[in-house]
Structures are given as C-alpha cells and as structure tokens.
Design a protein. Structure first.
Length: 314
C-alpha cells in the first residue's frame, strides 16, 4: 500500500513516527519527493497541491487532512467517482471545544469591554454585567462530529445551548433545531454564536445581517467554519452599532488575512490564523490506518464525504 502526504503539516518527525507506528508495512512518501508520474493508492492532504495536474489512475481514495472537505470536493481535478474521506480526530474536536469555551467565558466576562478599560487606564467595570453560565444562551451552527462535540461540551460546562443543523441531530444537553425553519429559533436572543458549518450552497453567507439582528444585544460571534460564511460588511456594521460586542474569527475569505484588512485593527475583533483545531499526529495516523484497512478489504465500503455532504458537520 502506497500513501502520499501532500500537506506540509504532515512533514514532521512526529507525524512520521505516528504514521509508521499505526501503519506497519505501508510505504509513505511526501509530495515534495514524488515525481509527476508517481503511483500511489491514497493521497492525504488538506487541498490538492498547486502543481498537481491530475490524480494517477492508481489512486483509490483521498483523505482530507482537516475537518471539512469542500476545498477538495469542489476542485475540478477530483474525479467524479473518487472517494473523499474526512479526518475524524477526537483531539482536533477537543481543540475546537477549547476555543469555543474560551470565547464563551470571554463573553461571560465581557472581555472586550475589560480590555478597552485597561487600554484607557479606566478603573471601571465591564459594560455587560457578569452572569451565571446558565443564564447565557449559546447558539451553535453545525452539529456534526465536531459541532456536536462543541455544543455538548458547552452544555456540560453549564451554558444554555441550542444548536442548528440542516438535518436532524441529537446532542446531549442541547436544544437541537434543524431545517430552514430551525435557524431563527436557534439564534434568537443568543449571547454567543459559534459557527461550525461546512461551506456549500446552502451555508455560504449565512452569518449575515438577518442573523446578527436576531442575536441578543452585546452578543459575541465566533466563526470556526469557513471564511465564506461571513458577510464581513454586515459584521462591521453590527460591531460599529454596538449590537455585536465582539467577534472571534479563525477563518477568512482570504488566507492569510491581508495585512491591510480592517479586521486586524478593529477593537472588537480577535483574529487567529486558522488554528482553532489542528490535526494531530495520532488522530491522523488512526484515520489513515482505518482508510488503509478499508482499501485492503473490499467487504468494507469506503464512506465518502461526497456521499455525506448534507450530513457532515451540519
């Protein structure tokens, strides 16, 4: 079995050790070491390399080194019948819960007001009164593997959590809504909005004025999904009008975020460089081992993310 790693994240000794330990006898090569005519069975990558013209006929599947696969499934270089497998890394899900939890506590303490007071050397309490966790309403958009983990984790911490997905989901401790009619009751009155949706025709631009207007005054917005979910103009207006008190943004329309972008300097925005959930060596190795086992055993069908576009992280 031959596996090519085409993502710099996996070009480390830690990944190499974990992969070889979990997949004995498998031939691993890095894309940078491969000739254009190299044959392989499995390609592991976040996105297709810019210099890749086409997948070799030997390729049997592509494993996405990340939580979402839209950047692969929308690439014209992907053959229509090629299975695309999504990474399932519990440690990555825990990282994203930690990020969302950090933002939730920041909202509870009205962190942006605290920082402004400190910058101005003002001995003054935050604008928003600190409330008990159970009095804070959190809306999570996307209740798939990661979104469900985040929503249930926030609920377990004592926050009041509602969640929305395009298809029905069940999450422990979460008031779950779904479908077109479920979005409004999910976000109405929420003090914190956490987005973990995939990018597709149904979700692009979903973080817009309509949604922002439904949030509670002083709400925080957290985008961990995709940059194209966010209407940046609508966000700026909501921030400047003080309806939204802060935004934590980890994904952007253009990455890296241009140095002259207004988001860098806005006093109510926290910018992080797409790092809320990074695949781990152990999680990646387990996913690759599972994919290889399925490729070796024809009785085990490959579950392609292209077949689950309406249910993955939704």
């Amino acid at each position: 079995m031959r596996v090519v790693l085409a993502d710099p994240l996996a070009y480390s000794e830690a990944f190499d050790t974990a992969l070889r330990s979990a997949c004995p006898g498998v031939e691993f090569r890095r894309w940078t070491e491969c000739a254009p005519d190299t044959d392989y069975d499995l390609l592991v990558t976040w996105a297709f390399p810019p210099d890749m013209v086409t997948l070799p006929p030997s390729t049997r599947a592509v494993l996405c080194l990340g939580a979402g696969t839209d950047q692969l499934t929308s690439d014209p270089r992907l053959p229509g019948d090629m299975p695309v497998l999504r990474l399932r890394d519990p440690a990555q899900a825990r990282q994203m819960l930690d990020y969302a939890m950090h933002a939730a506590f920041a909202r509870q303490q009205d962190d942006f007001s605290v920082r402004r007071n400190q910058s101005a050397r003002r001995w003054q309490q935050a604008v928003s009164e600190t409330r008990d966790r159970g009095a804070l309403s959190i809306a999570v958009l996307g209740l798939g593997m990661i979104g469900g983990h985040v929503a249930s984790g926030l609920a377990a911490a004592g926050f009041r959590v509602s969640g929305w997905s395009r298809t029905p989901r069940v999450c422990v401790g979460v008031a779950a809504f779904h479908g077109e009619g479920g979005l409004v009751p999910t976000v109405t009155g929420a003090d914190l909005l956490v987005n973990l949706l995939p990018s597709n025709e149904h979700t692009r631009g979903i973080l817009d004025r309509r949604v922002f207007d439904l949030l509670a005054p002083g709400a925080y917005v957290v985008n961990l999904g995709r940059g194209d979910h966010l209407d940046e103009t609508a966000l700026r207006k909501a921030l400047d009008s003080n309806h939204i008190a802060g935004a934590w943004l980890d994904v952007f329309h253009q990455e890296p975020l241009p140095a002259d972008h207004w988001l860098w300097e806005h006093g109510k925005v926290r910018v992080t460089p797409h790092c809320s959930g990074v695949p781990t060596p152990e999680g990646t190795a387990a996913a690759v081992a599972e994919a290889i086992e399925a490729l070796r055993d024809p009785r085990k069908p490959l579950i392609s993310d292209k077949q689950l576009l309406d249910s993955k992280i939704t």
